[in-house]
Design a protein around this ligand. Structure first.
Ligand SMILES: [Fe+2]
Ligand SMILES: [Fe+2]
Length: 217
């Protein structure tokens, strides 16, 4: 992963950004608004509140959870059509699945923005942002908090179909919650366009077998 931001690779709107004001929640909101990401604007504060709740409940760093949650989707300001080229310009690896479903790259772009625009240096927070969509084979409690907060407060409108099961599973801890969520993501109801390699690694680590061989959705 590159350590510097290649300004030439970013959309014009980003290079004309106002200076970071120091209030992370407000700045993220303004950034999302400037790029017309109204659904994400509504989603992010809910995820941040849920991440803080989960962090307090399970003894995870509350500040890191809030920071990661506020920044987890900022990469979504990049147009989908530009995501692959931008990642390549930033020397970020692009998996075959990400080339086919560029939106999968938004988490990697969120990491770059978190580091370069907001000055986040905590590797634990950056990792939680990186894996918020898919999880991975060896998630930390912070990774689990951000992943589960994003799922409990999803951006598809209404109450997620797995919400009650996930909430009940969380009584058994973060890992039990993650296992419940990952199992749901392995069912046809999840309508996944393409399982990301990190999600497949998480399924394997949690002993979950996706339904049906060769399914692509
Ligand atoms: Fe996301
Ligand atoms: Fe999200």
């Amino acid at each position: 992963m590159t350590s510097g931001l290649n300004a030439e690779g970013w959309p014009d709107a980003l290079t004309r950004r106002p200076a970071f004001a120091g209030d992370l929640a407000a700045d993220v909101d303004a950034l999302l608004a400037a790029h017309g990401r109204d659904v994400t604007r509504e989603h992010v504060p809910r995820v941040a509140r849920e991440a803080v709740r989960l962090a307090r409940r399970f003894g995870v760093d509350v500040g890191a959870a809030r920071t990661a949650a506020l920044l987890h989707d900022v990469g979504g300001i990049v147009r989908r059509a530009d995501m692959v080229a931008l990642c390549r310009a930033l020397a970020l690896p692009v998996e075959a699945e990400e080339e086919q479903v560029p939106m999968l790259l938004h988490a990697k772009l969120s990491v770059v923005l978190a580091r370069e625009r907001y000055g986040v240096t905590d590797p634990a927070a950056l990792q939680a942002i990186r894996y918020h969509t898919t999880l991975h084979a060896r998630p930390t409690p912070l990774d689990l908090v951000v992943f589960l907060a994003d799922k409990l407060e999803w951006d598809q409108g209404g109450v997620p179909p797995y919400h009650a099961a996930l909430s009940a599973a969380l009584d058994g801890g973060l890992e039990a919650g993650a296992r419940s969520m990952l199992a749901w993501m392995a069912t046809p109801a999840a309508h996944l366009l393409l399982p990301h390699p990190d999600l497949r690694a998480a399924w394997a680590a949690f002993g979950i077998t996706p339904a049906g061989p060769g399914r692509s959705g």
